[in-house]
Write a protein that binds this ligand. Sequence first.
Ligand code: UD1
Ligand code: CA
Length: 473
Amino acid sequence: MDAASPPHALILAAGRGTRMKSDLAKVLHPVLGLPMVGHAAAACRAAGMAVRLVVHHQEDAVRAAMADAGVTFTRQPDPRGTGDAVRAALADLPATGTVVVLPGDAPLLRADTLRRLLAEHDGQLVTCLSAVLDDAARYGRIVRDGDRVSIVEAAELSDAQLASLREINTGVYAFDLAFLHRVVPGLLPHPPKGEIYLTDVLGLASELGRARVIVHDGDVDEVMGVNDRLALSLAARAMAWRVKAAHAEAGVSFEDIDSTVVEVGVQLGRDVTVGAGCVLRRGAVVGEGVRIGPHCLLDAGVLLHPGVVVRAFSHLDRCEVLPGAVVGPYARLRPGARVGEDCHVGNFCEVKNAVLEPGAKVNHLSYIGDARVGARTNIGAGTITCNYDGHGKHHTDIGADAFIGSNTALVAPVSVGDGAIVGAGSTIVGDVPADALALGRGSQVVKPGLAPRIHARNAERKRQATRGDGASS
Ligand code: UD1
Ligand code: CA
């Protein structure tokens, strides 16, 4: 290998994946928030390799999903097997050096395993990673015959051979590039489907005495190929444990580690506690010491500063919560919500595209959308910013130290100045200046002593109606 150039990785991701029974290409099925092929690419990059993907089926979608993954692409014009996929990529690979080839459907593969493969490849033409499985299912088998080693696909083996041969081909190999350029163009199709098998290259190298098979020594989940939905869910389960164990190791407490979902690419600071049943999506960032109550959902783009408290059953999406703030229970923070220092957003409140300045409180049953709420302002229960007129969205601006009485409707665009008070039950359609009192409700009418007469009249009506029923029956 040329010492100067990094090893290349070629991920085979052109296949349809018929056994998934899906309209989505197999390699795009997510495992904990990242497509399977994204996991494969991340492992290769972590092992220091330059990554190229072979694509065909749903090519545009695969390119789009991997646009930010730092990979390059080769189109396989007419997929006819793993050997054909490598053939399509030969022109895009260097003439010499090492290339690691791996399938796009092995999301659990670790960078450490790829590093070991590269280290053991030293001087070989082909080094194949195998694994010994209790149930070797339909994997290709490693067949050893004296010094010779080859791979035979399950379809080409008898039932007796399938039962006795438990060492499988993981589909992960290191190749000498010059050798690959020499032999891949000449690989012959296998009947009956006419597929070209990359696996044949191992046998060819073995004939030259320069092939090696190394047995995977880590957990076998890692080399599992995902071909159907059950395997996909088992891969997600294995990955889930790996991700949560790493967070726990780094100082995160899970009240119930089994019921909590943490996707890949979530940042959790030290001393974060996560209640039972939470779902934390890829891209969420949670600062040190944050407490997340049970059954919360944090979507991508959530940023919780250190020390924030999120109480049970809250749903947060693309929002920011600053230190000292308390959110929930049952709060909904939608995109563009920015909850300032020491703010409270309480039960059954929804905040969207709105800034709550430090110390503002929205504690019960309110909707604050397209708005600013000034520092220390109190928003009474049931307050609604009426931001939508059926056509466009409008802004509500509320100053600092204001008091908005319960059940107020603020019809945007509208503003309430610093220090102003809005009486409960008001419908506010015009701007309220600073320090003003605004009342926008019908005035109260009181008639002393009238209630007993109304009670008596209503009771008499009920009596007559009941008597009428009795007479007719
Ligand atoms: C392959 C191996 C088998 C091994 C198994 C490990 C061959 C012939 N067989 O079988 O020995 O045990 O992987 O999981 O290689 N692909 C392309 N272009 C194609 C065909 C496939 O890019 O024309 C891609 C697929 O998208 C997939 C990968 O190659 O990511 C493997 O293809 P798949 O059909 O899953 O191969 P297996 O039957 O699992
Ligand atoms: Ca496969």
